[in-house]
Design a binder for this molecule. Structure first.
Ligand SMILES: [Zn+2]
Length: 432
């Protein structure tokens, strides 16, 4: 028997969902027009007035928001509520020092928690479960999102945050965790550790919700076998709210989008033209009832397909297939967004040139990042102590920028192969 957290909404006929979206969208647009001068200006520049927006069918007249727009808005420009009504922020990992800050009123947090509670129920969880949240807590939305969803559902929540594998496993066993939420790479690492310790038979886990990284079906099967669970995908972005924008159900053929809160479109990434259902393109989201940080037609850069094909779980929410790739060069390493341009910025700032190569790999189910950097003729030395000191300095600067550890290897000038066309900056050896 399939359970739902918000049965009436999640199984609502498509026409009724559309009517609900229409009503919420018009209200959201009024709010944005009146209270978000930055977006209003964008509309005016595009020659669109609020009077041109009479129904959700008019959404195609509205300008897109890109990640650059949100970065440029740092820190307060896109805020649509007085700060005194906001209760929290989260932020993306940021590039070249500028992060996207997302603001939440209590209403926005409640809405987000509800989305995550729906994802937990779709993965088979109920108030009787013990939910171990091993996503990072802090500015990252992973921990807070699933923690909030688990509270809303009334499950016993273990706010573990990421890392400290010994403690994770001890609590998992001693407190009888039944649902695990973390990145897929950390789930795979936990599965390895459990195997090494021979404690698999002491686990009560039955399901896991793993997101914030791309993962393959092959990895899903490995995690399921290693932990003895069913593994579910979840999708979200800080720019839209966080995890729970969409979630997998028992059928696992795509993720149901929480359509009462987010309106999805698929566009041609080159022309911006809206594509019909079933065609592959870039996913674009519009929030329908956010207060502090509404986003209109946000270009996610995720390439996927939308489908309203009937689902055996009974949910009527449209489904997105798992993102197949980004239309830019972002890497997800240990669940953190990393852009080669961030690394480049650090190198230039430290007096190196942009001759570098990134090697991403997965060792013992954990992502690794190696950065090969050419010394400049001025910096060139064959003194190993000096090289070690220079490498150490770069490791520190990269850690400060990216928030993750990268191993730095300084190499001789002109030893990295030059390319005629687009430089091969990234070698991703992970099989995903
Ligand atoms: Zn379904």
């Amino acid at each position: 028997m399939e359970n739902y957290f918000s049965k009436e909404i999640e199984t609502m006929p498509a026409e009724q969902i559309r009517a609900l979206q229409n009503e919420k969208f018009l209200k959201q647009m009024q709010h944005v027009w009146n209270d978000c001068p930055d977006y209003r200006k964008k509309m005016e520049e595009a020659g669109v007035s609020i009077n041109d927006i009479k129904s959700i069918d008019d959404i195609c007249k509205l300008p897109f928001i890109t990640k650059d727009d949100l970065r440029d808005a740092y820190p307060y420009a896109m805020l649509a509520k007085p700060l005194s009504e906001c209760v929290r922020i989260h932020s993306t990992s940021g590039t070249t020092g500028k992060r996207v800050i997302a603001y939440y009123t209590q209403h926005d947090i409640d809405l987000w928690d509800e989305c995550c509670a729906r994802a937990l129920v779709a993965a088979g969880a109920s108030k009787d479960d013990v939910v171990q949240v091993a996503y990072g807590f802090g500015l990252f939305t992973g921990g807070a999102g699933l923690n909030g969803g688990s509270h809303k559902l009334g499950s016993l929540t273990l706010p573990m945050s990421s890392g400290n594998t010994d403690r994770q496993l001890q609590f998992m066993i001693d407190l009888g965790a039944t649902v695990l939420c973390c990145t897929p790479s950390y789930a795979a690492y936990l599965a390895e550790s459990i195997k090494e310790r021979g404690v698999r038979d002491q686990l009560k886990l039955k399901a896991g919700i793993f997101g914030a990284e791309a993962w393959s079906e092959e990895m899903r099967r490995d995690i399921e076998a290693g932990l003895g669970i069913k593994a579910y995908d979840i999708y979200g972005l800080t720019e839209i709210s966080g995890p729970g924008v969409s979630y997998e159900c028992s059928e696992q053929t795509g993720m149901h989008i929480n359509e009462d809160h987010f309106y999805a479109e698929i566009i041609d990434p080159d022309t911006g033209e809206v594509l019909p259902e079933g065609e592959q393109g870039e996913l674009v989201f519009t929030s329908l009832d956010k207060e502090a940080f509404p986003v209109i037609r946000y270009r996610t850069k995720d390439i996927c397909v939308l489908t309203r094909k009937e689902c055996s779980c009974g949910r009527t929410f449209i489904k997105m297939v798992k993102p197949r790739g980004r239309s830019d060069d972002m890497l997800i390493i240990k669940g953190v967004n990393v852009f080669p341009s961030q690394i480049e910025a650090v190198l230039l700032e430290q007096g190196y040139q942009a001759n570098y190569q990134l090697i991403v790999d997965r060792v013992n189910n954990s992502d690794t990042l190696d950065v090969n950097v050419e010394m400049t003729p001025e910096k060139f030395t064959d003194n190993l102590g000096e090289i070690a000191d220079m490498e150490k300095k770069l490791v520190g600067a990269l850690k400060a920028m990216l928030g993750i550890f990268a191993k730095v290897h300084l190499v001789a000038p002109k030893s990295i192969t030059r390319s005629e066309g687009k430089a091969v900056r990234v070698i991703d050896k992970r099989k995903i």
